[in-house]
Design a protein around this ligand. Structure first.
Ligand SMILES: Nc1ncnc2c1ncn2[C@@H]1O[C@H](COP(=O)(O)OP(=O)(O)O)[C@@H](O)[C@H]1O
Ligand SMILES: [Mg+2]
Length: 244
């Protein structure tokens, strides 16, 4: 699979930032250099999750307006080597078009093994993100509305000619899934969305709290293990989808 991965979901709050953060940590732990691009103009959050918010001076707005070089807008996460963050602007969406974004990625991609783009949900900025990526992770929760939105995103990506897509089901809780009783099984969700399953991330309050408190690095709870497996699969390793 390619180096640049967009993480998208139709519905908000599905866990795009959660998964971008978790997967980024897991890839960095595999001794990879990983850049997380927070592509949510006005609404960035990865800087808070990783504690780089205080020192954040430059963002993508500064790069595109010529205030700084792309490298100046990259912040390293002190607690884990190999993990870096670049953030969208808080004040403008800069009309970032795919050509502009692609030229930015071209300028920096040799410095990293992986670039993960935490995407804004819809609109032009979403299109720019997916068109600048080599593969797309469609994220859903195992709930009807989230699945319907992911189906829509899957169709949209196909219309755009983007078929290198994978599916991640996030925030999964088996007990709730069967109690909800809206889908027969996971395969039904996979078939509806029409993308190959890359992994499942369990509901994990500990990991979510650690991200809220800017300290996700040493956390070894069930979501962290799921991210390790997804990171390995993303790197082409033959790791089984489910924990036996
Ligand atoms: N696997 C999970 N387990 C527990 N909480 C989760 C999980 N995934 C997401 N969350 C929580 O759900 C909320 C929305 O997640 P977030 O990553 O901000 O969504 P998005 O970026 O798609 O809008 C956050 O409070 C986050 O901590
Ligand atoms: Mg988010």
């Amino acid at each position: 699979m390619g180096k640049v991965t967009a993480i998208v979901s139709g519905k908000g709050g599905t866990g795009k930032s959660f998964v971008t953060a978790g997967l980024g940590i897991a890839l960095a732990k595999r001794n990879k250099r990983v850049l997380l691009i927070d592509f949510n103009p006005y609404l960035r959050g990865l800087d808070l999750m990783f504690g780089t918010d205080n020192g954040l001076l430059f963002d993508m707005g500064d790069i595109f307006s010529g205030n700084c070089s792309p490298q100046k807008a990259v912040y390293s996460c002190e607690s884990i080597s190999g993990l870096f963050i670049m953030s969208a602007s808080q004040n403008t969406d800069d009309n970032i078009n795919p050509e502009l974004m692609r030229s930015l990625i071209n300028a920096i991609e040799n410095d990293y093994d992986h670039i993960l783009i935490d995407c804004h949900g819809a609109g032009k900025i979403f299109e720019t993100a997916v068109m600048s990526s080599e593969q797309v992770i469609i994220l859903t929760n195992a709930e009807p509305l989230s699945v319907r939105c992911a189906e829509k995103i899957g169709r949209k990506l196909k219309e755009m000619g983007l078929d290198n897509t994978r599916l991640v089901i996030n925030n999964f809780n088996e007990k709730k899934f069967f109690r909800l009783d809206c889908f027969q099984d996971i395969d039904e969700i996979i078939d509806k969305i029409g993308a190959r399953l890359l992994g499942m991330v369990p509901e994990d309050e500990e990991f979510a709290f650690a991200l809220q408190k800017s300290s996700p690095f040493g956390v070894r709870t069930k979501a962290a293990y799921a991210f390790d497996r997804i990171a390995a699969r993303l790197e082409g390793m033959d790791v089984s989808l489910f924990i036996e």
